[in-house]
Design a protein around this ligand. Structure first.
Ligand code: 5GP
Ligand code: MN
Length: 319
């Protein structure tokens, strides 16, 4: 922690990024650290390759997040948040590799320890928890704007304090964030209470697509580009849908296949995996070149849908 603080303190211009198709922890930890460093007198550039999901556009400071890379490379430090591997940031990889130093802040067990400096802690419930500790140690005031981002990161990454990564820090930090000015009801209304009609229709299709393996231990949901077109939705609208497949009785592993847009930087399909806590899906994802946490992981794959479904079914046989 101290080395990372020294590096940040010495830096003047800091480029911060997080993973493509960002979730609440990715966006929350990015904005919280960005605002904190700005308060500390640093010149900051917040970047994400994907558009900010509609449900997170209420976050104070969200307008600072750019979808394009800066024109000059006059940035002395890159901070990469919530990414198990550097390539999770998408097209910015080469830009970041070209900067003098990279700081890796993350909580994935499968983190590859990229970057010269690291704050990687898989016991943290979220990257937002690590950012909170860092800001505290740097004596940066956690104002209501920063608090909202930290709170949202923890709330979403713990599945509203229900997932296995929910720890005591999740509660204590969130309690402190509420004292700092966060209104839990307002955050919940934005994050969970304002879905477009298209998203609900997509959920209907997702539920309808569920297939269960012969032994009943694996459930599979499939979302195609046709479904997105038909419901006028985007990948951001898929967030959380896999949990329905995971909830099914006797299911140990839930998988969600999402077809990526043609010509996108990502591979043709993205597979999300969730387990009931008895199976290490990070290990399964890693065997396909991906990663994540014990109970929530994912990977990208070039394949036909038919072959991919067959591959996923072969996972079921080993459960
Ligand atoms: P999701 O299924 O929500 O996309 O991701 C679940 C978890 O797995 C997240 O913590 C995410 O960072 C990780 N993950 C998802 N896809 C990939 C991937 O392609 N590579 C790696 N290394 N991790 C992934
Ligand atoms: Mn996270």
């Amino acid at each position: 922690m101290d080395t990372v603080i020294d590096r940040l303190t010495e830096s003047q211009a800091i480029f911060l990024s997080t993973h493509i198709n960002p979730d609440g922890d990715a966006i929350g930890s990015l904005i919280a650290l960005g605002l904190g460093l700005q308060q500390h007198g640093k010149h900051i550039y917040l970047y994400n390759a994907s558009p900010i999901p509609a449900v997170y556009r209420f976050l104070p400071g969200v307008q600072l997040v750019q979808q394009v890379l800066p024109e000059s490379s006059a940035w002395d430090t890159a901070v990469v948040l919530d990414c198990g591997t550097l390539d999770r940031i998408g097209v910015a990889v080469d830009f970041v590799r070209g900067l003098p130093q990279v700081i890796n802040i993350d909580h994935h067990v499968t983190n590859t320890n990229f970057g010269q400096y690291r704050l990687v802690d898989s016991t943290a419930c979220s990257s937002a928890e690590i950012v909170y500790r860092l800001l505290k140690k740097m004596a940066i005031t956690i104002d209501a704007a920063i608090a909202t981002s930290i709170y949202t990161g923890i709330l979403t990454d713990t599945g509203s304090f229900r997932f296995a990564n929910t720890n005591s820090a999740a509660y204590t930090i969130c309690s402190e964030m509420v004292q700092a000015g966060v209104d839990p009801y307002t955050v919940a209304q934005h994050v969970y209470g304002t879905y477009s009609l298209g998203r609900i229709k997509l959920l209907n299709m997702a539920l309808d697509s569920i297939e269960i393996s012969a032994n009943g231990k694996l459930s599979l949901m499939t979302l195609t580009q046709d479904m997105f077109r038909e419901t006028d939705t985007n990948p951001e609208d898929v967030d959380g849908m896999i949990n329905y497949a995971k909830r099914i009785e006797d299911v140990k592993v839930a998988a969600l296949i999402m077809e990526n847009e043609n010509g996108a930087v990502q591979k043709r399909y993205h597979v999300s995996l969730r387990s009931d806590g008895t199976v290490d899906v990070a290990e399964i994802a890693a065997s396909f070149g991906g990663g994540g946490h014990f109970s929530a992981a994912g990977f990208g794959v070039e394949s036909s849908l038919k072959a991919l479904k067959k591959t996923i079914n072969s996972i079921a046989e080993k459960l």
